[in-house]
Design a binder for this molecule. Structure first.
Ligand SMILES: C[S@@+](CC[C@H](N)C(=O)[O-])C[C@H]1O[C@@H](n2cnc3c(N)ncnc32)[C@H](O)[C@@H]1O
Length: 276
């Protein structure tokens, strides 16, 4: 038998407090399924036992990390929303030197990296840009996520046939990947080593990360309530250099939530630019 609504709410509230993701009543069945996985992981017989453990001992350590990991939705793909990547390739990268003439290097932050397809797509563009522009100042890429299992996959940089078929051109596949004996594809070190991965909760301070010329924070704010979104936008704004850019997911908007960002269209994709 499944957990009662009140018991599921206990976990939903915990998840919302820790990482902001909202589990509404309509997706409690999904939460229950995810708690079943936790029962297996913890060697418990039922989700009721998971609840009893949580109430008795608190949710901490591996239990907490596993709960937060499975609460996340990691849907992603290479070059997701191609127009965004066209804009990075044709507008953002070629204008870095003009927009920031005094910079010695440039910094890009991918704030919800999931399994790595997004930061590695950016890395491929940066690699191609640097090759075409020898002597251009260095461009660093930082990618972060809250989920340990996602960061592990980012660092492994190995993708299934299905994953590489989603968004990656045949040319880039053969150029940047090697095929493993089990049929999966490993990203070559020349691209893998361009991205630095770290754990970062978007609800925490970004102070240790420094400032960026481009921030990609895509398909993650949809899971937050309006107050949390506002707080995140305020902190995101502070991490972006004046004239720097922010990209959101297709269904997301900063309208009414951010004060220092202007919405602009770059080759048909919506970007936000920090006021100068
Ligand atoms: C749907 S994926 C988006 C991946 C990628 N940005 C894209 O557009 O393809 C959302 C990612 O956000 C991460 N996430 C969710 N809540 C987070 C939080 N509070 N802090 C940091 N990352 C979070 C999840 O672990 C997940 O990998």
């Amino acid at each position: 038998m499944g957990l009662t609504e009140a018991k599921l709410k206990y976990f939903a509230d915990f998840i919302q407090k820790e990482i902001g993701i909202i589990y509404g009543l309509q997706v409690y069945f999904q939460l229950e399924q995810r708690l079943e996985k936790i029962a297996t992981y913890l060697g418990l017989a039922s989700t009721d036992e998971v609840y009893a453990k949580a109430v008795k001992e608190g949710i901490a350590g591996d239990f907490k990390q596993f709960l937060l990991d499975i609460a996340t939705n990691n849907e992603t793909s290479f070059f997701r929303d191609p127009k965004v990547f066209d804009a990075i390739q044709n507008h953002i990268l070629p204008n870095l030197k003009k927009d920031f003439p005094n910079a010695f290097s440039y910094r890009i932050w991918c704030a919800a990296a999931s399994f790595g397809q997004e930061p590695y797509s950016i890395a491929m563009l940066v690699h191609e840009f640097m090759k075409a522009n020898p002597g251009h100042p260095r461009i660093e890429i930082l990618a972060t996520d809250i989920a340990d299992h996602a960061l592990k996959r980012c660092r492994e940089a190995r993708y299934s046939q299905l994953e590489v078929q989603r968004g990656l051109s045949a040319i880039r596949l053969v150029q940047y990947f090697t095929k493993d004996e089990d049929g999966s594809w490993s990203l070559k070190p020349e691209i893998r080593n361009m991205v630095d991965f770290r754990k970062q909760n978007l609800l925490d301070t970004f102070q240790a990360l420094g400032s960026f010329h481009l921030v990609s924070c895509r398909y993650v704010l949809i899971y937050q309530d309006t107050d949390k979104k506002k707080e995140i936008f305020q902190r995101l704004e502070r991490t972006i250099f004046p004239k720097g850019h922010l990209i959101l997911g297709g269904s997301e908007s900063a309208m009414g939530l951010a004060t220092d960002l202007d919405q602009i269209s770059l080759t048909g994709a919506i970007f936000y630019q920090k006021k100068s």
